[in-house]
Design a protein around this ligand. Structure first.
Ligand code: ADP
Length: 265
C-alpha cells in the first residue's frame, strides 16, 4: 500500500504499456527465432530494438504487430490480448491502430504520391475527397511539397521513404512500427528520414517501435533494448536517452561493436 508520506510514482512508471510481449516463443520449423521474449513499451515512447542479424528483431516486431502469432506467450495492446483475437479483428486493429514503415517503402509505383498516402484511408472506406485532402496535408510536413501528382516510381529513395512514412502516419496510428526504415538510404538521407519520423511521431503522440542494427539510428530513440538469441535485454538507461546524446553515442558504439553494425557511406 502507498504511504501518504511517499511521493507519488512518476506518471511514466505508472502508465499501462501500450504494447507488450510477455514471454513470447516463435519458431520457424526447427529454427527458434524468439525464446521467451518480454518487452513493454509505454505510450508515446520511442523504443529502438537493436541486435545482430538473425537475433529475432523482425520476428518480435511482427509478433507485436499481430502479423505473426506466437507459439507460446502473450501479446497485449492497449489493455487487450492481441494474439487471441480473430484474424478479422486483428487485421482491423492493424489497419486502424498501427502504422508500418519497412526498409523498402513498398509503395505502389504506378500510383501518385497522394494516392499512395491516401491508400490506407481509402481501404478504410473514407471518401476519396476527404482521403486526398488528408494525404495532401502531409506533403508540406514531410518536405514533399509539389510532389503530390508524381508517380512514386519516379521518386528518389529518400522521397519514397518519406511518402511511406506519410502513408503510415495518415491513419493516426497509436503505434508506428519501423523495421530498418533507413536501411536502403545513404547516411544523410537516412538522418533526414529519422528526424522526420521522430518529429512527426512526437507531434502526433505516436508510440514508435524501431528495429535497427544501426547505432546511429537507435540513438534517436528514448530507450534502446538489445535482442540476442531470441531474448530481449535492457541496455543501461544511464548510457542512453534523448537528453544524453554523447552518452547515447558511446552506448551506441558498444552496441555497434557487439552487433556488427553496418557502416554506410
Ligand atoms: P533479425 O530481424 O534480428 O535479423 P529475424 O527475426 O528476421 O532476425 O530472424 C530470427 C531467426 O528466425 C533467424 O534464424 C531467421 O533465419 C529465422 N527466420 C525469420 N523469419 C523466417 C521465416 N519466414 N522462415 C524461416 N526462418 C525465419
Amino acid at each position: 500500500m502507498t504511504s501518504v508520506n511517499q511521493p507519488p510514482r512518476p506518471a511514466a512508471q505508472a502508465a499501462r504499456p501500450i504494447i507488450e510481449a510477455r514471454d513470447v516463443y516463435r519458431s520457424f520449423g526447427q529454427t527458434p527465432a524468439l525464446v521467451g521474449a518480454t518487452l513493454a513499451v509505454q505510450p508515446g515512447e520511442m523504443l529502438a530494438v537493436m541486435g545482430p542479424s538473425g537475433s529475432g528483431k523482425s520476428t518480435l516486431l511482427h509478433c507485436l504487430a499481430g502479423i505473426y502469432t506466437p507459439d507460446k506467450g502473450e501479446i497485449w495492446f492497449d489493455g487487450q490480448r492481441l494474439d487471441t483475437l480473430s484474424d478479422t479483428r486483428r487485421t482491423e486493429l492493424r489497419r486502424t491502430a498501427f502504422g508500418f514503415v519497412f526498409q523498402f517503402g513498398q509503395l505502389v509505383p504506378e500510383l501518385t504520391v497522394t494516392d499512395n498516402i491516401a491508400l490506407p484511408l481509402l481501404l478504410g472506406r473514407a471518401g476519396r475527397k476527404a482521403a486526398t485532402a488528408r494525404a495532401d496535408a502531409w506533403l508540406p510536413r514531410l518536405g514533399l511539397d509539389g510532389l503530390g501528382g508524381r508517380r512514386t516510381g519516379e521518386l528518389s529513395g529518400g522521397q519514397a521513404q518519406r511518402v511511406a512514412l506519410a502513408r503510415a502516419l495518415v491513419v493516426r496510428p497509436k503505434v508506428l512500427f519501423a523495421d530498418e526504415p533507413t536501411g536502403s538510404l545513404d547516411t544523410l538521407t537516412g538522418e533526414m528520414v529519422m528526424e522526420l519520423l521522430i518529429g512527426s511521431a512526437r507531434e502526433e503522440g505516436t508510440t514508435v517501435v524501431l528495429v535497427t542494427h544501426d547505432a546511429r539510428v537507435a540513438a534517436y530513440a528514448d530507450r534502446q533494448v538489445l535482442v540476442r538469441d531470441g531474448q530481449v535485454m535492457a541496455i543501461p538507461e544511464a548510457a542512453v536517452g534523448a537528453h544524453a546524446a554523447p552518452a547515447a553515442h558511446a552506448a551506441g558504439a558498444e552496441v555497434a561493436a557487439e552487433t556488427e553494425v553496418e557502416v554506410r557511406r
